[in-house]
Write a protein that binds this ligand. Structure first.
Ligand code: HEM
Length: 418
């Protein structure tokens, strides 16, 4: 009888991130194997030996259950020393002082701030911005089309959401070059391998934006206007409750951190998918109304946020596995979006699929607050490209070598539009 070869050990820790070159190039063979052989994978992290082992989940149904579980936590301050939550949290989030960063809040504190922002950042106020957003996209694409080829990331996908949010907040056009430079430098926060120079730029961007927001808030308090920043400053809860300046400032930073790189990445990932699936691109060119279902397929097929995490407040069992207090339950949004139990032929890119029930925007209490804006931006980009630039094609091989942990996108994507 022949001996079967031992299966290779299941990947763990940083092997399940963009720091692993195989995962960076294509995470799906690794995630498919986990989903098939260990969908409730015990997640150990060799780099953080004190952190209790947690779970790494790749099935959509499991991911949804975790998002819906209100007993799980997001706030790193509520986890014990040595936890993964503390290791990955920005230092300011471990400060006991109140802050407006929704992503790191739980319970009543989270409901209060989210409720106040939601009164200002409504789907209706976003839909009213359609023609302004179209004008921003058209302007960037016209500049790109005037060249033989261009980098669709740095010349379109990255500046587009930055200009849109700057415009919505009511920042003067003349401030945009500086606002864009700071907003782009913020992304080094997602790169644990940043150089000393990148670290310096990141710190300068935080300080610059903080001072800029303070100035803009003071201006709006003297002279309210119809922009989103005025709406956030003057939003009132049922008991007349408002947001403090420090809360607004950290909320604005979160809008930039959560909204810009993500939207840029999904546009970059999506343009690459369309170009490498010429039949799908031809279908969109023939019928630009398909931009609406195509937006959902871009989000499902190439989600920019790879994972989300929740922390366990006390020793308990999850899906039958004993889990210790402070352990991380990591949900793979990339894995869930390609779950064959949920999506037929999940690795096929089909713009007519149009399923909105993917996991790209997370779920539960922390589900993405900017989803209506992101959807509108993607749809507008697709519609404009399909109607005005049907000859769009790759001008050079795309480069995916960005070690931004948990965020999936191209560094460079050279395209030709004409
Ligand atoms: C395609 C683009 C985007 C994707 C894929 C995306 C994805 C996500 C995900 C997965 C979460 C949940 C994280 C968690 O549960 O741990 C989230 C939260 C959030 N997103 Fe987005 N996002 C996008 C664009 C935006 C935009 C444009 C904005 C705002 C301008 C935004 C603002 C937020 C905020 C404020 C939260 C925190 C909500 C809370 O904790 O209550 N996002 N996003």
């Amino acid at each position: 009888m022949q001996n079967r070869p031992e299966p290779s050990p299941l990947p763990n820790g940083f092997e399940l991130t963009e720091l692993n070159p195989d995962f960076l190039q294509d995470p799906h063979p690794i995630l498919d194997r986990l989903r098939r052989d260990a969908p409730r994978h015990i997640h150990a992290h060799a780099h953080f030996p004190e952190a209790p082992t947690g779970l790494y989940l790749t099935r959509l149904a499991d991911v949804r259950k975790i998002f819906a579980d209100t007993t799980l936590q997001r706030d790193p301050r509520s986890t014990p020393p040595g936890s993964l939550a503390r290791a990955f949290a920005p230092p300011a989030m471990l400060d006991p002082a109140p802050h407006g960063n929704l992503l790191y809040m739980d319970g009543a504190e989270h409901r209060r701030v989210r409720g106040l922002v939601s009164r200002a950042f409504t789907p209706k106020s976003i839909a009213a911005k359609r023609s302004d957003i179209e004008a921003i996209a058209a302007h960037l694409l016209e500049a790109a089309a005037a060249k033989p080829d261009f980098d669709a990331i740095s010349e379109f996908a990255a500046p587009f959401p930055i200009y849109v949010i700057g415009d919505m907040l009511g920042f003067p056009r003349s401030d945009m070059p500086q606002f864009r430079a700071w907003s782009e430098d913020l992304i080094f926060v997602f790169n644990p391998l940043r150089s000393p120079d990148e670290d310096r730029r990141q710190m300068a961007a935080f300080a610059g934006l903080d001072a800029y927001f303070a100035e803009q808030m003071a201006h709006r308090r003297r002279q309210p206007s119809g922009d989103l920043l005025s709406a956030i400053i003057h939003t009132r809860g049922e008991g007349g409750d408002t947001l403090e300046d420090a809360e607004i400032s950290s909320l604005l930073l979160l809008l930039l951190l959560a909204g810009n790189l993500t939207t840029a990445d999904v546009i970059g990932n999506g343009l690459h998918a369309l170009i490498t699936h010429p039949q799908e691109w031809a279908a969109l060119v023939a019928d630009p109304e398909l931009a609406v279902p195509a937006t959902e397929e871009l989000l499902r097929f190439g989600p920019p946020v790879a994972i989300a995490a929740r922390y366990v407040p006390e020793d308990r069992e999850i899906f039958g596995c004993p889990i210790r207090q402070g352990a991380a339950v990591v949900v793979s949004l990339l894995g869930a979006n390609r779950d064959p139990e949920a999506f037929e032929d999940p690795h096929a890119f089909r713009i007519r699929r149009g399923r909105r029930d993917h996991a790209a925007f997370g779920g539960g209490a922390h589900a993405c607050l900017g989803a209506p804006l992101a959807r509108l931006e993607i749809e507008i980009a697709l519609r404009l490209l399909a109607t005005r630039y049907p000859r769009m094609r790759l001008a050079a091989p795309a480069i995916r070598d960005r070690p931004t942990i948990g965020f999936v996108g191209f560094r460079t994507l050279r395209l030709s539009l004409t």
